[in-house]
Write a protein that binds this ligand. Structure first.
Ligand code: SF4
Length: 328
């Protein structure tokens, strides 16, 4: 559905670059929920924008391409720079912060009309579109009355549901969601995740969820990737990542999670990630890794296969032949 080929992206700060995404290489399959996890500032939200072709200055792709397969075809595709023509119909995006991305002076109905006008090739009348939107909201167990509301009249959870409804109304084959549960209480978080899963199940499309919350990935995703300092350092089936993590960073992330009945003291990950303006030459995790050697500080680890559809980049696991591969 969506294929990333050695994608690197950076923020152009005029006198310097922040290299937020470095040589990311993986593929999203049809009918799966793929999670992207990692600490704040690791590049996961930037990567999602690149996957959506949302490249506003200062963000730019420095190398590689994102390929979107049209109409779930296995051969026909469009690449970075052309994806905008397929927004809403083939690929849609649920951005972070529902309040800030909605037009505060526009009713929800107008926001739906603006969004679906791109996909309205059949030139349906406004009345017909309104009926279809109301019907879709009912399918999602939302009242069509919200169409008359302004964003500030809705709760945070309701705004997030509206954003998901907007993004999925035209049944896109790929949905990208950036931190869909951030700043919501746990009950609303559960409702939002349930809504996302039921939409994906009904449409049998592909969904990519970016979240720093490992609990979200555990509950929702089929496969996931772990990002560190702009690189995808491990990719695999979600249960493998949680039960058999291979990269030392992933092991520390999983080890720091609370578990039912486990009262032992949890350790955080010491130190901070490196600056992405001038990242270190070798493994970017070396300064925080208890297994680091001199070689780790000089040699960039390549991604190797460590299990069924499971890949990781650490010198302890051996050296492969390419960048962040995912067995495409
Ligand atoms: Fe640690 Fe070396 Fe592996 Fe990096 S390559 S994660 S520093 S052991």
């Amino acid at each position: 559905m969506l294929e990333l080929n050695h994608v690197s992206a950076r923020y152009n700060m005029l006198t310097s670059f922040v290299n937020a995404v470095d040589d990311v290489n993986f593929k999203i399959e049809n009918n799966e929920i793929f999670g992207i996890a990692g600490e704040s500032g690791c590049g996961k939200s930037t990567l999602l924008k690149v996957m959506y072709d949302l490249l506003d200055y200062p963000l730019e792709v420095s190398s590689g391409t994102v390929r979107l397969y049209k109409g779930r075809s296995e051969t026909e595709y469009v690449e970075t720079g052309k994806l905008k023509e397929y927004w809403w119909k083939e690929i849609s995006y649920v951005p972070q912060g529902a309040m800030h991305v909605m037009n505060p002076v526009s009713r929800i109905e107008s926001q739906f009309f603006d969004a679906v006008s791109r996909g309205n090739q059949d030139k349906k009348s406004r009345k017909q579109l309104r009926e279809e939107i109301a019907g879709y909201l009912r399918e999602l167990e939302l009242s069509p009355d919200i169409l008359r509301a302004y964003p500030h009249q809705l709760s945070g959870g309701m705004r997030q549901r509206v954003l998901i409804a907007l993004a999925t109304f035209l049944s896109p084959s790929v949905i990208l969601a950036d931190e869909p549960t951030t700043a919501l209480d746990v009950v609303v978080q559960k409702d939002i995740l349930t809504m996302l899963m039921s939409v994906q199940k009904r449409m049998e499309n592909s969904m990519v969820i970016v979240s720093h919350d490992m609990g979200v990935h555990y509950q929702v995703t089929n496969r996931m990737g772990i990002m560190y300092a702009g690189q995808m350092i491990e990719v695999g089936p979600t249960d493998e990542i949680f039960n058999n993590p291979k990269h030392p960073y992933t092991q520390m992330l999983i080890g720091a999670l609370p578990k039912v009945g486990d009262t032992s003291q949890k350790e955080g990950i010491p130190g901070t990630p490196p600056s992405l303006k001038d990242p270190p030459a070798g493994c970017r995790f070396a300064a925080r890794c208890k297994y680091a050697t001199d070689q780790c500080r000089q040699v960039q680890p390549q991604t190797v296969q460590v299990g069924d559809r499971h890949y990781a980049a650490c010198l302890l696991l051996g050296q492969g032949t390419g960048g962040n591969k995912d067995g495409k």
